[in-house]
Design a protein. Structure first.
Length: 549
């Protein structure tokens, strides 16, 4: 692991899984990569060196919580061609940032092409010294990183799919801490979570998968959720955790069941009718005897047989996802108050979905594209933040539509014209303005759930519902008291989610679907947050080692 200061050497490493070996891109030779530990308010300095022939940017999922001390470190955010150019082979870049107003679990990952498949790891932000957790201190903590494993080279998977204009292949297995399986005929044991009877564990669950939202369950055990996306929540008990790519959830596990082995299962949530990855992966929770424990009267305890799960959620279990999402509330305590903006300066309605564009290399003459308000985002060849900072003209425009250009029944049948417009269009926010976005899922071509992620901020999730957002009725039900605060939220299939945040972080901030296939297809846009006029309200100049395009 890395504590506050460290090096990330990006190197190829031959790795064998599912009976086949391939070179993968890793940080320091590990998959998943090293955990980055720090305390709230620490300054973190990580030097990333690219030793492979891929271009690379590491994006740390560090989203500054508003209302706390201002942090203006946009140059360390990481998405390629948004805040920086890629780190070229043989070059390095120092990511320097301060962790402010966040405590819990986040993740870091590469933010270019599909390199995130193997370049990712946990960020653990411990609370400041003498600030205990707002829940009973667990005996131990465990990091659980969920991912996907592809026998093919993921770069080929995405390139082929882009050329053909079709959905990409799905992964060969899901992984828990890098372990697929277990697959006995590939001599893979799978991951084992060891616990001692009578103890409690804080599970730091991270979904680093490219394209799958996941359910996480442990047979026979309930989990108490206490934090999401590095913000404490009101504790609630559940037997199923739902976690989307880019999201993190901390939950407490009590090892209070009879000594034995219990299956841990991760299974995908995909409500699209076709093309989903239905592989389910297992690992196990294994009790070992606590030597000092006298709670078990039997002097020769027997390990009980593995307890199988009988109720793996079906792949289209929207009600389970809805129940989980609706149970998340911010703590809203005196120490950790909720600061949702009560007035709105920018009120936006974004349709989130897929559409079609003409395509020369595609057999059908057209290809699937992602879009927001009918704009399919074109990546520039100069980083947007540099263009913004140095006032370089012609890289982007600031005319991103605040509303869909054509009003239609968003969740009904597809409208007659489903062609999208290409553009590198951004939306401009004045410093410290309050922003409300209603993210409206559409039924165009392939209705599905979109885990939408905003860089640079946490936002409050003030409402969600099925069908079309009703601008008269729905706002009356908004939760402005204890809405959960996060950085990634699902926009339900044929439904909507409303978020609010304060634009108190000057720079360029990306918003995109965290299903990598949809990002590739252009389901993304970016905000420009202008400088304020006060001290510490403007973006500082770029560091000298900022990679050049
Ligand atoms: Cu974790 Cu822009 O993504």
């Amino acid at each position: 692991y890395i504590y506050m200061y460290g090096y990330m050497q990006v190197v190829l490493r031959n790795t064998t899984k599912l009976c086949s070996t391939k070179p993968i891109v890793t940080v320091n030779g590990h998959f998943p990569g090293p955990t980055l530990y720090a305390r709230e308010d620490d300054n973190v300095v990580v030097r990333v060196t690219n030793h492979v022939t891929y271009n690379l940017t590491i994006h740390c999922e560090l989203l500054y919580r508003h209302g706390v001390r201002q942090v203006r470190t946009g140059w360390a955010d990481g998405p390629a061609y948004v805040t920086q150019c890629p780190i070229q082979p043989g070059k390095n870049y120092v990511y320097n940032f301060t962790l402010t107003g966040q405590r819990g679990t986040l993740l870091w990952h590469a933010h270019i092409s599909w390199l995130r498949a193997t370049l990712h790891g946990a960020i653990v932000i411990l609370p400041k010294k003498s600030f205990p957790y707002p829940f009973p201190k667990p005996h131990a903590e465990k990091i659980i990183i969920l991912g996907e494993w592809w026998k093919a080279d993921v770069e080929n998977v995405v390139n082929e799919a882009t050329q053909a204009g079709l959905p990409p292949n799905v992964s060969d297995a899901h992984t828990i801490n890098g372990f697929p399986g277990p697959f006995p005929n590939c001599s893979s044991q799978g991951y084992t979570l060891h616990v001692e009877s009578g103890k409690t564990y804080l599970l730091r669950i991270i979904n680093a998968a490219l394209n799958d939202e996941l359910f996480f369950k442990i047979a026979g055990h309930k989990l108490t959720v206490v934090e999401a996306d590095a913000v404490y929540t009101k504790p609630f008990e559940t037997d199923t955790i739902f976690v989307s790519p880019g999201q993190t959830t901390n939950a407490i596990l009590k090892a209070d069941k009879p000594i034995g082995n219990y299956l841990i299962v991760i299974s995908p949530f995909m409500d699209a009718p076709i093309g989903f990855d239905n592989s389910t992966s297992f690992s196990k929770l294994q009790y070992k005897l606590n030597n000092s424990s006298t709670t078990h009267p039997s002097s020769t305890p027997q390990i009980a047989p593995t307890l199988f799960l009988t109720n793996i959620p079906p792949h289209n279990a929207t009600p389970i996802t809805k129940k989980f999402i609706d149970s998340l509330k911010s703590l809203n305590s005196i120490q950790y108050p909720t600061k949702v903006p009560l007035t709105v300066d920018h009120s936006l309605l974004f349709t989130i979905g897929v559409g079609l564009n003409p395509c020369d290399t595609c057999a059908s003459g057209s290809k699937l594209v992602g879009n927001i308000n009918n704009v399919t985002f074109d990546m520039p060849s100069v980083a947007l933040l540099e263009a913004h900072y140095h006032n370089i003209k012609g890289v982007f425009t600031d005319d991103f539509p605040a509303q869909p250009p054509v009003v239609f029944n968003y969740t009904g049948p597809s409208p007659a014209n489903i062609q999208t417009m290409n553009g590198t269009r951004l939306y401009r926010l004045s410093y410290n303005s309050s922003v409300q976005i209603v993210l409206q899922g559409t039924g165009v071509i392939a209705p599905e759930s979109h885990p939408t992620h905003l860089h640079g901020f946490n936002f409050y999730v003030i409402g969600s519902g099925l069908g079309n957002f009703d601008p008269v009725k729905d706002p009356k039900l908004f939760n402005l008291v204890d809405p959960v605060e996060r950085n990634t939220i699902g926009v339900p299939t044929a439904g909507w989610t409303a978020i609010r945040f304060r634009a108190d972080n000057p720079g360029i901030w990306f918003l995109h679907c965290h299903l990598e296939v949809h990002t590739t297809w252009g389901l993304k846009m970016a905000f420009i947050v202008d400088n304020g006029f006060g001290p510490n309200e403007s973006l500082p100049p770029p560091p000298n080692d900022l990679p050049q395009c």
